[in-house]
Design a protein around this ligand. Structure first.
Ligand code: SF4
Ligand code: F3S
Length: 105
């Protein structure tokens, strides 16, 4: 499966949603999550994300917590199937380190 990681937080560009063939993105207040049982591993979302926040779960740079958080929040947050405007400070906050502290879950 693919996972959304911390640089999505406070950016939430949602370009990923527009290309997902199985609509497996779920929307929190300031981040999205991918449902691991619904993702078909097509990889289409990866190049669409301006924040480069999506990785395969086997990527060596992925911390295990992101695999757990994608499962947890995709089961809690509502499904999102349409692209929408990014968050207001998405450009300025793209790349800020350690964004997990800002997650509104
Ligand atoms: Fe959707 Fe494909 Fe991305 Fe999985 S890899 S979340 S199926 S676009
Ligand atoms: Fe987040 Fe990137 Fe999608 S910032 S909402 S994973 S396009």
């Amino acid at each position: 499966t693919f996972v959304v990681t911390d640089n999505c937080i406070l950016c939430k560009y949602t370009d990923c949603v527009a290309v997902c063939p199985v609509d497996c993105f779920y929307e929190g207040e300031n981040m999205l999550a991918i449902h691991p049982d619904e993702c078909i591993d097509c990889g289409a979302c990866v190049p669409e994300c301006p924040a480069e926040a999506i990785f395969p779960d086997i990527h060596t740079a992925i911390e295990p917590q992101w695999i757990q958080l994608n499962r947890k929040y995709s089961e809690k947050w509502p499904n999102i199937t349409q692209r929408k405007s990014p968050m207001p400070n998405a450009v300025a906050l793209n790349g800020v380190p350690d964004k997990l502290r800002f997650l509104n879950s």
